[in-house]
Design a protein. Structure first.
Ligand code: APR
Length: 225
């Protein structure tokens, strides 16, 4: 069954009302792909080529995916936000491994360590761009940060990865623009590589989750025939 999400007021609330009523999942067909969009509780899921993109509101350090992604800095020195939370919960072994293996991590690149006391076995540390004006290669660098994190996940045979909204805190990237890049980059990667099997976006605040849900809806709608 194919439902046209262009109908109605186009809001996330409308999307969620539509998904909550009647069928629990809806299929869409496009020339490039076939996917379903499903809502379970406070989670939105999209299935692409046998892989899943999931949006949740929560704390990335609580995720049980095989890897979680850290929003790090080039010096790999523990900071605040996601970085601080990961180092606090994961314990000192993460920093010890970073110090032993890597000097620094240029913006857009990614490195990997064990997860220490975290539920996730691995932490992928990537560095998103500091937002200036949107014309200083920030979109390309943000895209690279997601791509290189996903490539590391493939290199290490990791089936599930959780991302925060990279660069949208201390680094000041506007949430809507960051969400568009994040979702499109992950979507394109999954379509091409058919792995990792599950990518979760963990959004810290309700309004961040809403922006991601709305952006995901627009992405799906734009791909719908
Ligand atoms: N789980 C999920 N998301 C979180 C969490 C958490 N525990 N804590 C914060 N966030 C959200 C923020 O609200 C923001 O939307 O993660 C997003 C990224 O914010 P930051 O962690 O500040 O990351 P970033 O903007 O990429 O800045 C990186 O901050 O902590 C320093 O060392 C880090 O210098 C680097 C810079």
């Amino acid at each position: 069954m194919c439902y046209n999400l262009n109908k109605g007021d186009g809001s996330v609330a409308q999307l969620e009302r539509a998904l909550a009523s009647g069928a629990r999942s809806r299929g869409f067909k496009s020339p490039q792909t076939r996917f379903t969009l499903k809502r379970e509780g406070k989670t939105v899921k999209v299935y692409i080529e046998g892989c899943e993109i999931e949006l949740i509101q929560g704390d990335i350090t609580e995720q049980e995916t095989e890897a979680i992604v850290n929003a790090a800095n080039e010096e790999l020195i523990p900071g605040g936000g996601v970085d601080g939370a990961i180092h606090r919960k994961g314990g000192p072994v993460i920093l010890e491994e970073l110090r032993a293996k890597y000097k620094r991590c240029p913006t857009g690149e990614a490195v990997i360590t064990k997860g220490g006391n975290l539920k996730a076995k691995h932490v992928i540390h990537t560095v998103g761009p500091i937002y200036k004006d949107g014309k200083s290669e920030e979109p390309e660098l943000l895209k690279k940060a997601y791509q290189n994190s996903l490539k590391l996940a493939l290199d290490y045979d990791l089936n599930s990865v959780a991302f925060p909204a990279l660069s949208t805190g201390a680094y000041g990237y506007p949430m809507k623009e960051a969400a568009e890049i994040a979702l499109k980059t992950v979507y394109d990667f999954l379509k091409k590589h058919k792995a990792p099997k599950k990518v979760v976006f963990v959004l810290w605040k309700e309004e961040h989750y809403q922006v991601f849900a709305e952006t995901l809806k627009s992405l799906i709608t734009s791909l719908e025939v």
